[in-house]
Write a protein that binds this ligand. Structure first.
Ligand code: GLY
Ligand code: MN
Length: 462
């Protein structure tokens, strides 16, 4: 938790930006997985965490823009809760710890909302990503469950994005701590991937354990797979075998909620073969060119296309693509190999603020989202500003089903050497991802550098 001034200032700024009405910021509740009392690890809602700092279930925050009052609604623990869960400070004490003067039991929240409705106050809320929260808002406001989505406040969403997208120095410190834990996760995986014949789950388990050991957790389910061509592969049951590469896409989330997200691809056994090295260095070139280019004022969509071009040029050198690579990229031929976006914001969420709507975070009036296959997955395209934290994660994949489909359709045959591509159907995929901070006149990679060149990875694995 940060000091109470930080939360007070954030709420004051939000009230100033939203101008009038009541802002409803529900925290999360515990969520069950196989029976009611067996719950997932609690994860607070990131907006609630950002403005109220309390990492506990069943709290609701309200900012009354018109009166200037902030409220926290929650119930003090009764004896049964104390017996099973331990003691919790009084809600009024917790409120005070984050600079909130007013608190009340949950039952009072309905009365406040009803009063606001009667007096014609606008009630601002974001679209909830959990059905229980949508249900809670539906009941509180007397809206049909299905119409909650249509009543979200774009004004509130834009005001939140405006604040959360610029990371303060004290937030960068936390993100870097999460990156440093990810450094340990990745270097440990590299050491383990030397052992041909072990199973992906052995590495994935160790990686997740490192996050837990540092009083955190993983920031999303670990991707640890020799089948890196499946972008979000969550299966960990394969034995790692010679000739394959292992993708590890994993980050830590510390107990204050800040995340890291790093990807490395390593050769099983510790030595890249010629084919692996060539594809790997193509992706590395895309990663480094992109990072070199990032600075305030540059559109991230333009950086994405520089990465696409680097991958296409690399594949042309290997005989997998042909013709004019500028035109190939313009027409989307590279998306056979790089079908996702270059990156996303990183912060309290690993895809920061994605619950507010990707387009509110990654796009604006000046930069609108493409509809074409591949480029449509670019979550973030707008101009960079100092203080943005985002990922740079180009990749190159050989997805047999996609290749087969495109070949049958003779798609972009002017630019793709299908005969050559067919020789890579057993290759898998490569992705290289770093987290960067946009600085005054450039950017810097966050956290302790995780080995990234072929030589550095081989040296660490040796
Ligand atoms: N690291 C997973 C993702 O960015 O989607
Ligand atoms: Mn990522």
């Amino acid at each position: 938790m940060f000091t109470k001034d930080i939360y007070t200032n954030r709420r004051n700024q939000l009230r100033a930006d939203v101008k009038s009405g009541l802002i409803l910021l529900p925290g999360n509740k515990d969520a069950s997985y196989n029976y009611p009392k067996n719950t997932y690890r609690f994860r607070q809602d990131s907006n609630f965490l950002y403005f109220f700092g309390l990492n506990k279930p069943d709290f609701v925050g309200v900012l009354d823009v018109d009166s200037g009052e902030d409220w926290l609604f929650a119930d003090d623990f009764d004896m049964s809760a104390i017996v099973w869960m331990g003691d919790m400070p009084k809600v009024s004490e917790l409120a005070d710890s984050v600079g909130v003067k007013n608190s009340a039991p949950t039952s009072e929240l309905q009365k406040m909302i009803e009063k606001a409705i009667v007096s014609g106050q606008q009630i601002h809320f974001c679209d909830p990503y959990r059905s229980v929260t949508r249900d809670q808002i539906s009941r509180l406001l007397g809206l049909q469950y299905s119409s909650v989505k249509d009543s979200v406040s774009k004004e509130l969403i834009r005001a939140i994005v405006k604040q959360r997208e610029i990371k303060a120095d004290y937030e960068i410190v936390e993100i870097e701590k999460a990156c440093d834990v990810a450094y340990l996760m990745h270097t440990e995986a590299m050491k383990m991937a030397k052992n041909v014949g072990i199973y992906e789950y052995q590495i994935a388990g160790r990686v997740e354990g490192i996050a837990l050991e540092h009083h955190g957790t993983v920031s999303f389910p670990v991707i640890c797979s020799i089948n890196g061509q499946t972008l979000h592969n969550r299966y960990h049951g394969n034995q790692i075998t010679e000739g394959r590469m292992l993708i590890l896409d994993a980050g830590a989330e510390l107990d204050n909620g800040y995340s890291s997200d790093i990807t490395r691809t390593m050769p099983v056994g510790g030595k890249f073969n010629e084919r692996q090295k060539a594809i790997y260095e193509t992706v590395l070139d895309a990663n480094m060119k992109s990072i070199e280019m990032c600075k305030p004022g540059i559109k991230y969509r333009d950086v994405h296309f520089v990465a696409c071009l680097a991958i296409a040029e690399g594949l042309k050198k290997l005989g997998l693509m042909k013709g004019d690579m500028h035109k190939a990229v313009e027409e989307g031929a590279h998306t056979l190999f790089f079908p996702h976006g270059l990156g996303h914001m990183l912060g309290l969420d690993v895809h920061d603020m994605e619950n507010l709507g990707e387009d509110f975070v990654g796009y604006d009036d000046e930069t609108t989202r493409a509809k074409e296959f591949g480029t449509a997955y670019l979550r973030f395209g707008k101009k960079l500003k100092e203080g943005f934290v985002l990922t740079v994660e180009p990749g190159c994949y050989f997805i047999p089903q996609l290749i087969e489909q495109w070949q049958n359709e003779n798609k972009h045959a002017e630019y793709i050497n299908y005969d050559e591509v067919m020789k890579y159907l057993d290759f898998g995929g490569v992705r290289i991802e770093d987290g960067i901070l946009i600085t005054k006149d450039g950017c810097r990679v966050l956290g302790k550098p995780v080995p990234k060149t072929v030589a550095d990875i081989e040296a660490l694995m040796a």
